[in-house]
Design a binder for this molecule. Structure first.
Ligand SMILES: Cc1ncc(COP(=O)(O)O)c(C=O)c1O
Length: 450
């Protein structure tokens, strides 16, 4: 049987459930109850790192786990596959993939990177002088995968600086074009571009469609979009974006339990048939979606709860799009409130943010290194009950340059990445504001205090 006709890859008659028309939306007390397992008294304004999972989705997961334990053989032979297909069909509709067998479910973005980079690494073995291009601020685990699979195979890497603070897409596009011409110099071929859809640190929404288009014009062989933060925080249309591979974690902004991601592989990419799961099991050679559906005995239930997630998001006005819009509006509002209170500024204009915003910290905090940033983050968690990642930005153009961000007392070198998800309340951000103000007031010697 032709692999593409294998029914285990899914077929077109499995369609996404239509959004029901609800007039009664989730109430405040129901919302609180969905997240009642969250630790009390902690301002969680870091949804971006580990996401969140509501109680109703956890209950659905538990019910799948029990179904497996009640009769594992039946679950394996009759239940697992059709329900994985159901989840994949829902994702296919959400991201506008052309065909369901372009959508695989995997554990996380790191696994997806291993899948994609292993395939590309094999190609580099025959073209040792060719190049990979990516942002310097690409996620560190993904950079390690490049090292493990691609540079080891002989590739050279060109890293593009992300302008930050940034004020327009044009600045990012110009830097990327510069990087591409370096990558293509001396007659080298650019075999791979890795483009983030939403960078992690500092966090900015990248003009991904435009960058993929540029890659196509410039003859880049394959484009992999690392969109770990995308689903549930920005609308996704993989056909419009036009990349060969696109991964997004469902556990970050789409309410899945840890841990599940989808990996989209464009069917018309000639290399897609050479793309395999690195964990080889019975289904090796049957296409990535089927290979990924069984990588040995384990818990597959995070992959089965997509219908339960759809039910959860459809309890909110506007469904998933409504959640995204409100998260964006609120995180921008809170970012501006904090920047105003501290006399600093945002790291990008609101339209370059989704549900996360970079807010400048007062220069008097003296965040002067990556270690300072880590120490401040721990101090906020341990002493003030605030979960928020901190970013250190080294001055780029010399401390005296006019173009460096500054407040009334000096250069802004520390930024907080704040998130907003449905469970957040305005008090979370006030708690953060007060914590920073208290640190500034109480700590006599600021340097090294946190
Ligand atoms: C941009 C980006 N890529 C990849 C990852 C890795 O995700 P995971 O830990 O789920 O593999 C992250 C995690 O935060 C990320 O922000």
């Amino acid at each position: 049987m032709d692999k593409e006709e294998d029914p285990r890859n899914g077929d077109d008659h499995v369609t996404a459930t239509k959004k029901p028309k609800l007039t009664i939306f989730i109430t405040e007390s129901e919302l609180r109850s969905e997240f009642s397992h969250h630790g009390a008294g902690v301002a969680r304004i870091n949804n971006g790192s580990f996401g969140c999972c509501p109680g109703s989705v956890l209950a659905a997961q538990r019910s799948w786990q029990l179904r497996f334990l009640q009769q594992p053989d039946h679950f394996y032979f009759s239940t697992l596959r059709p329900n994985l297909i159901r989840s994949r069909a829902l994702i296919q509709t959400l991201i506008n993939a052309h065909h369901i067998d372009e959508v695989s479910l995997v554990d996380n973005a790191t696994t997806a990177a291993a899948i994609v980079l292993q395939q590309i690494g094999r190609r580099f073995a025959h073209h040792r002088n060719d190049t990979v291009i990516m942002f310097r601020c690409a996620f560190p685990a993904v950079k390690k995968s490049i090292q493990a699979y691609v540079t080891c195979a002989g590739a050279s890497v060109v890293e593009v600086d992300l302008p930050f603070p940034v004020s327009s897409n044009a600045e990012i596009i110009a830097e990327f074009r510069k990087g591409l011409s370096t990558a293509k110099s001396d007659g080298r071929k650019v075999r791979l571009a890795i483009i983030d859809h939403i960078t992690s640190m500092p966090s900015v929404v990248i003009p991904v469609r435009e960058l993929v288009h540029i890659c196509r014009e410039e003859g880049v062989e394959q484009v992999f979009v690392d969109a770990a933060h995308a689903i549930g925080s920005v609308s996704i249309d993989v056909q419009q974006i036009g990349a060969d591979f696109y991964v997004s974690n469902l556990y970050k902004w789409f309410f899945a339990p840890p841990s599940v991601a989808f990996l989209y592989c464009r069917k018309s990419n000639p290399s897609s048939s050479e793309t395999h799961h690195p964990v080889v099991s019975h289904e090796y050679g049957n296409g990535l979606p089927v290979e990924s559906s069984w990588i040995g005995t384990r818990d597959y239930t995070p992959q089965l709860v997509v219908p339960a997630i759809m039910e959860f998001v459809n309890r909110f006005e506007g469904g998933s799009e409504g959640i995204m819009r409100r998260n964006h509006e609120e995180v921008v509002r809170m970012g501006k409130m904090l920047a105003e209170a501290w006399g600093t500024s945002l790291g990008s204009p609101p339209e370059m943010c989704a549900s996360m915003v970079m807010v400048g910290l007062p220069s008097k905090l003296h965040v002067l290194s990556d270690d300072d940033a880590t120490r401040l983050r721990s101090h906020l968690r341990d002493k003030h009950g605030v979960e928020v990642p901190i970013f250190y930005r080294a001055p780029k153009n010399g401390e005296k340059s006019e173009s460096e961000p500054r407040d009334d007392h000096g250069l802004i070198t520390g930024y907080a990445r704040i998130s907003h998800q449905v469970y957040n309340r305005i008090e979370d951000y006030y708690k953060f504001k007060d914590a920073i103000n208290r640190i500034l007031l109480e700590e006599t010697s600021l340097q090294g205090c946190f």
